[in-house]
Design a protein around this ligand. Sequence first.
Ligand code: GLY
Length: 391
Amino acid sequence: MPIPDAPAPAPADVIVVGGGVVGLATAWRLRAAGASVMVVDPDPGHGAGWAAAGMLAPVGEAHFGEEPLVLLALAAAARWPSFAAELTDETGLPTGLLSTGSLLIGADPSDRASIEDVLAFQRSLGLDAERLTATEARSAEPLLAPSVAGGARFPGDHQVDNRLVLAALRAACGGEGVSFVADRVARVDVEADRVTGVTLEGGATLAGSVVVVAAGSWSGTLGGLPDDVRPPVRPVHGVTLRLRAGDGTPWLGRVVRGLVHGRHCYVVPRADGSLVVGASAEERGFSDAVPARAVHDLLADARTLLPVVDEYELTEATAGLRPTTPDNAPVLGPAGPTGLVLATGHYRNGFLLAPLTADAVAGWVTGAPVPEVARSFGVGRFATGPVPAAP
Ligand code: GLY
């Protein structure tokens, strides 16, 4: 007996391309605002956000030349406590939000000097960053190696458990009636300068009057996007490790970021005593292989700062692809044809920026207020203007 074709899904008000932390948070917010929402992703929650550590680090991730991004990151961090509380209220699920602050520790005097430069920059922006001597650092975190050279404390940089947040967002979306299509989008469909939906890789089409591009590193590869609004996103490969505490192993009390002989790493403790150690950063195209060297370097750097790492059991090494733009800031907002909205390029800050991004997109789509700080991250900032005439 022939198997009848599955009925085509009903047209959505909004199709969200990508079910990572940004896509899921956005879908949840849009649905709560009354839109009918469909998320298209072959494996929601298992992209870069699965590999991530979940640090909410507006200060620790503040870099020279990225002042506009710092303002966005601070505004996003302020939204996290209520976002996490709402997510837990609605689903009964935890997010692992731990407000214990972070340390940045230099392994040797040259690392310490580099941290001093970063501290001067952070303090020039009025960010909450305190210098720590080696003794102060070790009294803040007694598991640090006696050899560390000191560093800094960022009292406002916290963490969530990335995988708990993803599970809670899936549940919240499901509970609100967001529908999921397990497939890849090949193309955004546009007619008469207006979005009409998407075409999937298998050729099926889904109708929708708004398409939100939240496809992480793949956002720039979608067909159908006009060149002048195609987000300039590329993947930056990162490896994280997961480690489990053995019986009687002492637990780390807070996030420790490190500069170890010039190399960056972080060690993030979870509420169950396990650790996430990260992260490498390499340009390797779309490969998600885990290079043995990255595992070696991360373990070597983590145990230089925290010798207790030797007592943990390595349970996982995972690679993720950070969606990165030329200025390391996200691409947000309506662009090009009516109904197209970009929400991508969150690079190292996907979890931190997700609540603010979701509220901004919900505002752009439904007419609700858009956080002012989000408005300066349109794709238009990458446009190359007319070449000025020679003098
Ligand atoms: N935000 C941490 C990382 O990108 O590795």
